[in-house]
Design a protein around this ligand. Structure first.
Ligand code: ADP
Ligand code: ASP
Ligand code: MG
Length: 405
């Protein structure tokens, strides 16, 4: 008997009809002779509504309480899906993250999974149940509810697949698979048959929200091969796995754009050793992830340091930096919204020069100014104005011949 883990995202469980659709698909999978574990997200829009609700009560809600609140979104769906399965005559039991044995650290709102003990899942499967697990949540060893960061149900699914040694891990969403760019921005994007963990990780980390980046990192670490496919049809999806030599023939796998970015600049920083360390230690201590960093050439002993963060962490960053600005004698810390990060990703880039030049030329031809640049072995990112983001994404996608033929 194969063990199959299926994850259904928010849109796929967005209303009662869709929950019933998922129930039928899940039951059909079990009836083919498989043991099925289903991980579900909150109904689409629910997590956002809960965040909004919290902010109406407190402008900066306590993160522990935020997790207690957000976990209710997924708790609603697991119960509803269990009921929908019961209506079809199936045996099904819902489990919260804690009940499913998902233990995390205590970094509320973006906890890391420490371990998964799937004893209960196995017992329930052995009794013939379809086991439904709430995505996006876990518990600390002390019993505090935690959540795994936005899009975290993907991580729940991959972690459970690793823990139960699943034969198949399927991520069902509202698109047919992973495309060369977000099909909502680039309508002629092509669906990929397969993609390496590293490329998927870069695309996800750089803004392709089809998969949560941390879930891909986890999948790579524990060699969980997974497939991204649609819950609305039976089309083959995209397989995400270790790279093969054939994959290197493709220079550019895809284009990602992240419109939820902000730039933080600390102006008038004295140019002497130890200053950058102080700034970035304060940011790291506040658990804020930073991305592109640029330090200007210093003038008369002073310089500007800029870095990008997720837009929702810009205010927190500025707050954390206030005492540091005073301490190091800098002029000010300010954040700039309305920026976007456009990135081009491909493992073939390692062996093909000239990619950066082509990107810069295309942007210039479209009159788009580049604010910051960052590169790694398999990606090139540029920070541009938010208003130019979609246009630039389409232009770069076309320039690299990624459009569907
Ligand atoms: P779910 O709720 O199922 O987790 P998400 O909304 O998190 O779904 O992710 C699916 C969305 O990701 C798609 O609707 C699509 O707009 C977006 N997306 C961004 N980049 C890509 C890409 N390269 N390929 C496919 N979808 C992408
Ligand atoms: N409901 C959570 C979110 O909206 C987790 C998920 O959907 O994966 O971020
Ligand atoms: Mg998602």
């Amino acid at each position: 008997m194969a063990v199959i883990v299926q994850k259904y995202g928010g849109t796929s469980v967005g209303n009662p009809e869709r929950i019933k659709n998922v129930a039928r698909r899940v039951l059909a999978t079990q009836q083919k002779g498989n043991k099925v574990v289903v991980v579900v997200s909150a109904m689409s829009g629910e997590t956002d509504s809960l965040i909004k609700l919290a902010k109406e009560v407190h402008p900066e809600p306590n993160e522990r309480e935020m997790d207690v609140l957000l976990a209710t979104g997924e708790q609603t769906t697991i119960a509803l899906l269990a009921m929908a399965l019961h209506a079809l005559g199936a045996k099904a039991v819902s489990l919260t993250g804690a009940q499913a044995g998902i233990v995390t650290d205590g970094i509320h709102t973006k906890a890391r999974i420490a371990n998964v003990t799937p004893k209960r899942i196995h017992e329930l499967l052995d009794e013939g149940n379809i086991v439904i697990v709430a995505g996006f949540q876990g518990t600390t060893p002390e019993g505090h509810i935690t959540t795994l960061g936005r899009g975290g149900s993907d991580l729940s699914a991959v972690a459970i697949a690793a823990a139960v040694k699943a034969d198949v891990c399927q991520i069902y969403t509202d698109v047919d698979g992973v495309y060369t760019a977000d099909p909502r921005i680039v309508p002629n994007a092509s669906k990929l048959e397969e993609i390496s963990y590293d490329e998927m990780l870069e695309l996800a980390a750089l803004g392709s929200k089809v998969m949560q980046a941390r879930s891909v990192e986890f999948a790579k670490k524990f060699s969980v091969v997974f497939e991204v496919r649609s819950s609305f049809n039976n089309n083959p999806g995209t397989t995400v796995k270790e790279e093969t030599s054939k994959m290197e023939d493709v220079v550019i796998r895809g284009v990602a754009v992240d419109k939820n970015q902000a730039k933080v600049t600390i102006a008038g920083v004295p140019d002497k050793p130890g200053i950058a360390a102080k700034i970035f230690k304060a940011i790291a201590d506040a658990n804020i992830n930073i991305d592109v960093i640029v330090q200007n050439v210093s003038e008369k002993g002073f310089t500007d340091i800029s870095f990008t963060v997720a837009a929702n962490e810009a205010a927190k960053s500025a707050k954390v930096l206030q005492p540091i600005v005073k301490e190091i004698g800098a002029r000010e810390a300010r954040s700039t919204p309305d920026i976007a990060k456009l990135s081009v990703v491909g493992i073939g880039m390692r062996s093909h020069p000239g990619i950066a030049a082509k990107i810069f030329e295309m942007l210039a031809a479209n009159g788009i100014n580049i604010d910051m640049i960052s590169t790694s072995e398999i990606k090139i990112s540029v920070i541009i104005g938010l208003k130019d983001a979609d246009k630039a994404t389409r232009a770069i996608h076309d320039a690299f011949g990624l459009a569907r033929s």
